[in-house]
Design a protein around this ligand. Structure first.
Ligand SMILES: Cc1cc2nc3c(=O)[nH]c(=O)nc-3n(C[C@H](O)[C@H](O)[C@H](O)COP(=O)(O)OP(=O)(O)OC[C@H]3O[C@@H](n4cnc5c(N)ncnc54)[C@H](O)[C@@H]3O)c2cc1C
Length: 400
């Protein structure tokens, strides 16, 4: 094990002097301080190695991790045996106990996936079968009467009830993960982007760019790519062809609209339609946040120059789609809320893809770990993904 040369340091814009930390060698470098990078850093820094997280934004969780539905999924949708199914079921269990133990706001408000007409009943039954096979807990098929008892203002023929599905405060989750990492001696360098990776016999010579245009190099035995939407660019820096490897990101935007006023109280839990084919998205659904307000979304839009803007003219499409299950809605009830961008590795129109969690030793890059396509249910799965990354490193003899 190398002599630790990193000190635990957290860099904020106002204390840029912290940047003069000597950084020449480190055991493990994680690129990205979203929920995935931070969960991995927490898992790995509880051992003995020196862990550093590089994040080009000024704080944690400013990427995909702060722009999502905040739902802790049960593991229903994904093909049995896939990483998404396994890590979601395991992650949901881990995340709910984590939240309980460390005071992160979390509520099991439950979810219904609703057949809006008899023609959708077989799809709901199939989701039930798959969810049970995946190990999702507590799933029950309920008829129209039972649905009306649970959700009196939701219209539908029958539904799959998932009572364990919950919602979490992603901001508090991210801050808690960050606190644990720092408490265990990991270093987190904000406003610092990894800009070069060069393979050396026993690891990687990394180039980083920090505040004020400063650049420096350091050596890392292990590099973990948890760069979210830029995962393909980072893989390329390491010499991996993202197209050949299947890591190319095809970003897919999702907008949300908020339901104004008190109508949010007409829905008790999460209300989802039958999902879209090929799982490009789960369909425009109704989610509640921990304050009780109701949001609709996300839709699926190719990414354009509007960045994270929400186009107010899309309100009518949201209304048309949502009023099938929520007939109490009126067009004026909706106002633009926010948008997120999915890091899809699924080609537009192509088949759904699983999470990629890969040790790149097969590409001649031992100690390089790629996480690609960590879209939903990535938030739910973050702790299980972290444990899986630790398993990969342990299996390769790269950590204890
Ligand atoms: C619309 C939407 C809805 C979703 N809903 C849910 C849900 O309800 N439940 C669920 O379980 N999941 C959901 N997800 C998925 C979940 O949000 C993601 O899987 C998760 O947040 C991914 O986290 P991450 O850490 O990989 O990415 P990010 O949070 O984006 O973190 C990656 C970080 O890497 C940094 N970075 C990139 N390149 C560099 C570089 N070169 N140097 C330094 N830093 C770099 C970025 O700045 C970024 O902060 C949703 C996603 C979307 C888009």
């Amino acid at each position: 094990m190398n002599t630790p040369r990193f000190r635990a340091v957290i860099l904020f814009p106002e204390n840029i002097s912290c940047y003069k930390v000597p950084m020449t060698e480190v055991d493990i470098t994680i690129v990205g301080a979203g929920v995935i990078g931070l969960a991995i850093a927490r898992e790995l820094s509880s051992g003995t190695g020196q862990v550093a997280v590089l994040e080009r934004e000024a704080g944690p969780g400013m990427g995909i991790s702060s722009r999502n539905s905040e739902v802790v999924h049960a593991g229903i949708y994904y093909p049995t045996g896939s990483l998404k199914a396994r890590l979601c079921v395991e992650g949901s269990r881990l995340l709910s106990s984590f939240c309980l133990r460390f005071g992160v706001p979390f509520s099991r408000i439950g979810k219904v996936i609703v057949a809006s007409c008899p023609g959708e009943t077989p799809a709901v039954e199939e989701l039930h079968r798959q969810g049970v096979e995946n190990g999702a807990e507590g799933l029950t098929l309920i008829n129209g009467k039972e649905l009306a008892k649970r959700e009196p203002h939701v219209s539908g023929d029958c539904a799959l009830l998932s009572p364990h599905t919950g919602i979490v405060d992603t901001h508090r989750l991210t801050k808690t993960l960050e606190r644990h990492c720092l408490g265990q001696g990991a270093s987190i360098l904000y406003r610092t982007g990894l800009s070069g990776i060069e393979k050396k016999p026993s690891g990687y010579l990394c180039r980083a760019e920090g505040p004020g245009g400063s650049t420096y190099r350091f050596f890392s035995r292990v590099v973990i790519n948890a760069a979210g939407l830029d995962g393909d660019k980072l893989a390329q820096l390491a010499g991996i062809d993202p197209d050949e490897a299947g890591y190319r990101i095809f970003p897919l935007k999702g907008e949300y609209f908020r339901v104004r006023g008190s109508k949010g109280s007409l829905v008790n839990g999460l209300v989802y339609p039958v999902p879209e084919r090929n799982l490009a998205g789960l369909g425009i659904h109704a989610t509640k946040d921990l304050a009780g307000s109701l949001r609709l979304g996300p839709n699926t839009l190719p990414v354009d120059s509007s960045g994270y803007d929400v186009d107010p003219s899309h309100a009518s499409a949201f209304y048309e789609s949502a009023r099938v299950l929520l007939p109490f809605l009126e067009p004026d009830d909706l106002c633009p809320d926010m948008a997120g961008i999915r890091p899809k590795i699924q080609k537009p129109g192509g088949p759904a893809r699983d999470f990629v969690i890969c040790h790149e030793d097969g590409r001649g890059l031992p100690g390089m770990i790629t996480l690609a396509g960590i879209e939903s249910p990535g938030l739910t799965s973050c702790l299980a993904i972290a444990s899986s990354v630790k398993g990969l490193l342990k299996g390769a003899g790269l950590t204890r």
